[in-house]
Design a protein. Sequence first.
Length: 324
Amino acid sequence: MSSSNSTVDLNTLDDTLTHNSGPSEQVASETNVQNPLSREDLLSEAEVSELRRLEIKVELGLKAFWEIGQALSQIRDQRLYRENYKTFEEYCITRWEISRRSAYQLIGAAMVVENVRNCAQILPLNEAQARPLTALPPEQQREAWKKAVSTAPSGKVTAVHVAQVAREYHKSSAPPTPRNKNTVDQQVQLTKNSTESVKCCWNCAHCSHEFIDNPHNFYCYQLGKLNFVEKDGYQRGAECELWTYRGAESDEIKKTRLPLRETFSLTLQLPAYLQSLMQDAAKESGLVVVDWAAKVLEEAIFASHAAPRALHQDFIDVSVSEVA
Protein backbone atom coordinates (compact mmCIF):
# COMPACT_ATOMS: atom_id res chain seq x y z
CA MET A 1 0.00 0.00 0.00
CA SER A 2 1.31 3.39 -0.91
CA SER A 3 2.20 5.70 1.97
CA SER A 4 1.27 8.83 0.03
CA ASN A 5 -1.63 10.78 1.50
CA SER A 6 -2.86 11.60 -1.99
CA THR A 7 -3.17 7.95 -3.07
CA VAL A 8 -6.43 6.08 -2.63
CA ASP A 9 -6.10 2.30 -2.26
CA LEU A 10 -9.31 1.16 -3.91
CA ASN A 11 -8.58 -2.52 -3.27
CA THR A 12 -8.39 -1.85 0.45
CA LEU A 13 -11.63 0.09 0.33
CA ASP A 14 -13.34 -2.70 -1.65
CA ASP A 15 -12.26 -5.21 1.00
CA THR A 16 -13.49 -2.88 3.71
CA LEU A 17 -16.87 -2.42 2.06
CA THR A 18 -17.21 -6.18 1.67
CA HIS A 19 -16.28 -6.68 5.32
CA ASN A 20 -18.66 -3.98 6.42
CA SER A 21 -21.56 -5.43 4.49
CA GLY A 22 -20.95 -8.93 5.84
CA PRO A 23 -22.73 -8.59 9.21
CA SER A 24 -25.85 -7.11 7.66
CA GLU A 25 -26.03 -9.99 5.19
CA GLN A 26 -25.64 -12.45 8.07
CA VAL A 27 -28.41 -10.74 10.04
CA ALA A 28 -30.63 -10.81 6.97
CA SER A 29 -29.95 -14.52 6.55
CA GLU A 30 -30.79 -15.26 10.19
CA THR A 31 -33.96 -13.19 9.91
CA ASN A 32 -35.03 -15.19 6.87
CA VAL A 33 -34.62 -18.43 8.84
CA GLN A 34 -36.72 -17.14 11.72
CA ASN A 35 -39.33 -15.53 9.47
CA PRO A 36 -39.79 -17.57 6.30
CA LEU A 37 -40.52 -15.37 3.30
CA SER A 38 -43.65 -15.70 1.26
CA ARG A 39 -43.39 -16.77 -2.36
CA GLU A 40 -43.98 -13.18 -3.47
CA ASP A 41 -40.97 -11.95 -1.44
CA LEU A 42 -38.48 -14.42 -2.87
CA LEU A 43 -36.21 -12.96 -5.55
CA SER A 44 -35.79 -14.64 -8.88
CA GLU A 45 -32.31 -15.31 -10.25
CA ALA A 46 -32.68 -12.28 -12.51
CA GLU A 47 -33.70 -10.09 -9.56
CA VAL A 48 -30.78 -11.33 -7.45
CA SER A 49 -28.43 -10.44 -10.29
CA GLU A 50 -30.06 -7.01 -10.67
CA LEU A 51 -29.82 -6.37 -6.92
CA ARG A 52 -26.11 -7.16 -6.91
CA ARG A 53 -25.53 -4.94 -9.95
CA LEU A 54 -27.26 -2.02 -8.26
CA GLU A 55 -25.51 -2.62 -4.94
CA ILE A 56 -22.16 -2.41 -6.70
CA LYS A 57 -23.20 1.04 -7.92
CA VAL A 58 -24.11 2.00 -4.35
CA GLU A 59 -20.70 0.82 -3.10
CA LEU A 60 -18.93 2.83 -5.78
CA GLY A 61 -20.99 5.88 -4.87
CA LEU A 62 -20.25 5.46 -1.17
CA LYS A 63 -16.51 5.53 -1.71
CA ALA A 64 -16.75 8.39 -4.23
CA PHE A 65 -16.75 11.01 -1.46
CA TRP A 66 -13.25 9.90 -0.50
CA GLU A 67 -11.94 10.19 -4.05
CA ILE A 68 -13.68 13.54 -4.59
CA GLY A 69 -12.26 14.95 -1.37
CA GLN A 70 -8.75 13.78 -2.23
CA ALA A 71 -9.01 15.27 -5.73
CA LEU A 72 -10.29 18.63 -4.46
CA SER A 73 -7.54 18.71 -1.84
CA GLN A 74 -4.83 18.27 -4.49
CA ILE A 75 -6.44 20.85 -6.79
CA ARG A 76 -6.51 23.33 -3.91
CA ASP A 77 -3.01 22.61 -2.57
CA GLN A 78 -1.36 22.66 -6.02
CA ARG A 79 -3.48 25.63 -7.15
CA LEU A 80 -4.42 23.79 -10.33
CA TYR A 81 -7.43 26.07 -10.70
CA ARG A 82 -5.34 29.23 -11.18
CA GLU A 83 -5.43 29.39 -14.99
CA ASN A 84 -9.17 30.10 -15.16
CA TYR A 85 -10.19 31.00 -11.61
CA LYS A 86 -8.89 33.47 -9.04
CA THR A 87 -9.68 31.36 -5.99
CA PHE A 88 -10.37 27.76 -5.10
CA GLU A 89 -13.81 28.78 -3.85
CA GLU A 90 -14.65 30.38 -7.21
CA TYR A 91 -13.47 27.23 -8.97
CA CYS A 92 -15.73 25.01 -6.85
CA ILE A 93 -18.79 27.20 -7.31
CA THR A 94 -18.34 27.90 -11.03
CA ARG A 95 -16.92 24.59 -12.23
CA TRP A 96 -18.82 22.13 -10.06
CA GLU A 97 -21.64 24.20 -8.53
CA ILE A 98 -20.68 23.16 -5.01
CA SER A 99 -20.28 25.64 -2.17
CA ARG A 100 -17.07 26.33 -0.29
CA ARG A 101 -18.60 24.60 2.73
CA SER A 102 -19.40 21.40 0.82
CA ALA A 103 -15.95 21.32 -0.78
CA TYR A 104 -14.16 21.65 2.54
CA GLN A 105 -16.44 19.08 4.15
CA LEU A 106 -15.45 16.59 1.45
CA ILE A 107 -11.77 17.45 1.88
CA GLY A 108 -12.00 17.09 5.65
CA ALA A 109 -13.84 13.78 5.37
CA ALA A 110 -11.24 12.43 2.95
CA MET A 111 -8.47 13.39 5.37
CA VAL A 112 -10.27 11.50 8.15
CA VAL A 113 -10.58 8.35 6.03
CA GLU A 114 -6.92 8.59 5.05
CA ASN A 115 -6.02 8.96 8.72
CA VAL A 116 -8.05 6.02 10.06
CA ARG A 117 -7.76 3.52 7.22
CA ASN A 118 -4.47 2.01 8.43
CA CYS A 119 -5.82 1.30 11.91
CA ALA A 120 -9.35 0.09 11.18
CA GLN A 121 -10.88 -2.69 9.11
CA ILE A 122 -14.13 -0.78 8.74
CA LEU A 123 -13.95 2.71 7.23
CA PRO A 124 -16.51 5.54 7.14
CA LEU A 125 -18.94 4.73 4.35
CA ASN A 126 -19.98 8.29 3.63
CA GLU A 127 -19.05 11.89 4.28
CA ALA A 128 -21.64 12.23 7.05
CA GLN A 129 -19.94 9.51 9.11
CA ALA A 130 -16.50 11.08 8.73
CA ARG A 131 -17.56 14.70 9.27
CA PRO A 132 -17.85 14.66 13.11
CA LEU A 133 -14.25 13.46 13.39
CA THR A 134 -12.77 16.37 11.45
CA ALA A 135 -12.80 18.63 14.52
CA LEU A 136 -10.52 16.21 16.43
CA PRO A 137 -6.72 15.90 16.22
CA PRO A 138 -5.50 12.97 14.04
CA GLU A 139 -4.70 10.66 16.96
CA GLN A 140 -8.11 11.23 18.53
CA GLN A 141 -9.75 10.70 15.15
CA ARG A 142 -8.34 7.16 15.10
CA GLU A 143 -9.33 6.47 18.71
CA ALA A 144 -12.81 7.92 18.29
CA TRP A 145 -13.47 5.95 15.11
CA LYS A 146 -12.37 2.68 16.74
CA LYS A 147 -14.70 3.38 19.65
CA ALA A 148 -17.56 4.31 17.33
CA VAL A 149 -17.18 1.01 15.46
CA SER A 150 -16.83 -1.12 18.60
CA THR A 151 -19.78 0.49 20.41
CA ALA A 152 -22.14 0.91 17.46
CA PRO A 153 -25.68 -0.20 18.37
CA SER A 154 -26.43 -3.60 16.80
CA GLY A 155 -23.06 -3.35 15.05
CA LYS A 156 -24.34 -0.61 12.71
CA VAL A 157 -22.21 2.54 12.54
CA THR A 158 -24.28 5.68 11.96
CA ALA A 159 -23.35 9.35 11.61
CA VAL A 160 -25.33 10.16 14.76
CA HIS A 161 -23.37 7.61 16.81
CA VAL A 162 -20.04 8.86 15.45
CA ALA A 163 -21.02 12.42 16.38
CA GLN A 164 -21.82 11.33 19.94
CA VAL A 165 -18.44 9.65 20.33
CA ALA A 166 -16.64 12.65 18.80
CA ARG A 167 -18.35 14.98 21.28
CA GLU A 168 -17.12 12.82 24.16
CA TYR A 169 -13.53 13.12 22.96
CA HIS A 170 -13.92 16.84 22.33
CA LYS A 171 -15.23 17.43 25.86
CA SER A 172 -12.50 15.31 27.45
CA SER A 173 -9.76 17.35 25.72
CA ALA A 174 -11.27 20.77 26.50
CA PRO A 175 -9.63 22.77 29.34
CA PRO A 176 -11.63 22.96 32.59
CA THR A 177 -13.90 25.96 33.08
CA PRO A 178 -12.89 28.21 36.03
CA ARG A 179 -15.50 28.12 38.82
CA ASN A 180 -14.43 30.95 41.13
CA LYS A 181 -12.26 34.05 41.31
CA ASN A 182 -9.27 32.17 42.68
CA THR A 183 -9.26 29.69 39.84
CA VAL A 184 -9.56 32.55 37.34
CA ASP A 185 -6.53 34.26 38.89
CA GLN A 186 -4.65 30.97 38.83
CA GLN A 187 -5.62 30.49 35.20
CA VAL A 188 -4.34 33.97 34.31
CA GLN A 189 -1.05 33.28 36.06
CA LEU A 190 -0.74 29.86 34.45
CA THR A 191 -1.43 31.45 31.07
CA LYS A 192 1.44 33.91 31.59
CA ASN A 193 3.83 31.11 32.54
CA SER A 194 2.86 28.54 29.91
CA THR A 195 3.13 28.46 26.13
CA GLU A 196 1.79 24.96 25.47
CA SER A 197 -1.00 23.82 27.80
CA VAL A 198 -2.92 27.09 28.19
CA LYS A 199 -2.36 29.32 25.16
CA CYS A 200 -5.00 28.51 22.57
CA CYS A 201 -7.32 30.28 20.16
CA TRP A 202 -10.28 29.92 22.52
CA ASN A 203 -8.82 32.10 25.27
CA CYS A 204 -7.24 34.61 22.88
CA ALA A 205 -8.67 38.13 22.65
CA HIS A 206 -8.30 38.15 18.86
CA CYS A 207 -10.38 35.01 18.27
CA SER A 208 -14.07 35.03 17.42
CA HIS A 209 -15.95 32.01 18.76
CA GLU A 210 -18.16 31.93 15.69
CA PHE A 211 -17.68 29.25 13.02
CA ILE A 212 -17.84 31.33 9.87
CA ASP A 213 -18.75 28.77 7.21
CA ASN A 214 -18.21 25.29 8.63
CA PRO A 215 -17.18 23.72 11.94
CA HIS A 216 -13.53 23.53 10.86
CA ASN A 217 -13.01 27.27 10.30
CA PHE A 218 -12.98 30.19 12.71
CA TYR A 219 -12.17 33.89 12.44
CA CYS A 220 -9.13 35.64 13.92
CA TYR A 221 -9.30 39.44 14.07
CA GLN A 222 -5.56 39.58 13.35
CA LEU A 223 -5.01 36.74 10.86
CA GLY A 224 -8.43 36.35 9.21
CA LYS A 225 -10.01 32.95 8.61
CA LEU A 226 -8.13 29.97 10.02
CA ASN A 227 -8.72 26.24 9.67
CA PHE A 228 -8.67 23.47 12.28
CA VAL A 229 -7.80 20.80 9.73
CA GLU A 230 -4.34 22.29 9.25
CA LYS A 231 -3.68 22.97 12.98
CA ASP A 232 -5.92 22.76 16.03
CA GLY A 233 -6.60 25.74 18.30
CA TYR A 234 -4.08 24.70 20.93
CA GLN A 235 -1.21 24.30 18.48
CA ARG A 236 -2.00 27.64 16.85
CA GLY A 237 -2.15 29.39 20.22
CA ALA A 238 1.16 27.91 21.35
CA GLU A 239 2.89 29.11 18.17
CA CYS A 240 1.17 32.50 17.74
CA GLU A 241 3.18 35.62 18.60
CA LEU A 242 0.01 37.74 18.57
CA TRP A 243 -1.76 35.68 21.24
CA THR A 244 -3.34 37.88 23.93
CA TYR A 245 -5.25 36.57 26.92
CA ARG A 246 -8.96 37.24 26.45
CA GLY A 247 -9.42 38.28 30.08
CA ALA A 248 -7.02 41.20 29.64
CA GLU A 249 -8.45 42.85 26.53
CA SER A 250 -7.25 46.36 25.88
CA ASP A 251 -9.56 49.23 24.95
CA GLU A 252 -8.12 49.14 21.44
CA ILE A 253 -9.07 45.49 21.01
CA LYS A 254 -12.54 46.04 22.44
CA LYS A 255 -13.21 48.83 19.93
CA THR A 256 -13.40 46.26 17.14
CA ARG A 257 -16.29 44.45 18.83
CA LEU A 258 -19.93 45.38 18.50
CA PRO A 259 -21.55 45.92 21.92
CA LEU A 260 -23.40 42.93 23.34
CA ARG A 261 -27.14 43.19 22.89
CA GLU A 262 -30.24 41.07 22.71
CA THR A 263 -30.29 39.12 19.46
CA PHE A 264 -32.63 37.07 17.30
CA SER A 265 -31.99 34.41 14.67
CA LEU A 266 -32.55 35.12 10.98
CA THR A 267 -31.83 32.56 8.27
CA LEU A 268 -31.11 33.90 4.78
CA GLN A 269 -30.38 32.05 1.56
CA LEU A 270 -27.99 34.22 -0.45
CA PRO A 271 -26.18 33.57 -3.75
CA ALA A 272 -23.05 31.49 -3.12
CA TYR A 273 -20.74 33.98 -4.83
CA LEU A 274 -21.50 36.56 -2.12
CA GLN A 275 -19.94 34.42 0.59
CA SER A 276 -16.30 35.16 -0.18
CA LEU A 277 -17.11 38.84 -0.89
CA MET A 278 -18.81 39.23 2.48
CA GLN A 279 -15.95 37.51 4.29
CA ASP A 280 -13.41 39.78 2.62
CA ALA A 281 -15.45 42.89 3.46
CA ALA A 282 -15.81 41.75 7.08
CA LYS A 283 -12.08 41.12 7.33
CA GLU A 284 -11.29 44.61 6.01
CA SER A 285 -13.66 46.07 8.62
CA GLY A 286 -12.03 44.06 11.40
CA LEU A 287 -15.33 42.35 12.19
CA VAL A 288 -16.58 38.80 12.12
CA VAL A 289 -19.09 38.17 9.31
CA VAL A 290 -22.18 38.17 11.54
CA ASP A 291 -21.19 41.45 13.22
CA TRP A 292 -20.37 43.01 9.85
CA ALA A 293 -23.72 41.96 8.39
CA ALA A 294 -25.55 43.34 11.44
CA LYS A 295 -23.69 46.63 11.05
CA VAL A 296 -24.58 46.90 7.35
CA LEU A 297 -28.24 46.15 8.03
CA GLU A 298 -28.33 48.61 10.92
CA GLU A 299 -26.85 51.39 8.78
CA ALA A 300 -29.33 50.62 6.03
CA ILE A 301 -32.27 50.78 8.43
CA PHE A 302 -31.12 54.07 9.96
CA ALA A 303 -30.65 55.52 6.47
CA SER A 304 -34.17 54.44 5.55
CA HIS A 305 -35.64 56.50 8.39
CA ALA A 306 -34.29 59.64 6.74
CA ALA A 307 -35.85 58.72 3.41
CA PRO A 308 -38.67 56.19 3.97
CA ARG A 309 -39.62 56.09 0.33
CA ALA A 310 -36.12 55.01 -0.67
CA LEU A 311 -35.86 52.07 1.76
CA HIS A 312 -35.21 49.43 -0.86
CA GLN A 313 -32.73 51.53 -2.83
CA ASP A 314 -30.83 52.55 0.33
CA PHE A 315 -30.46 48.92 1.34
CA ILE A 316 -29.09 47.94 -2.04
CA ASP A 317 -26.65 50.87 -2.11
CA VAL A 318 -25.26 50.16 1.35
CA SER A 319 -25.00 46.41 0.84
CA VAL A 320 -23.26 46.63 -2.50
CA SER A 321 -20.85 49.34 -1.42
CA GLU A 322 -19.84 47.37 1.68
CA VAL A 323 -19.39 44.09 -0.18
CA ALA A 324 -17.53 45.68 -3.09
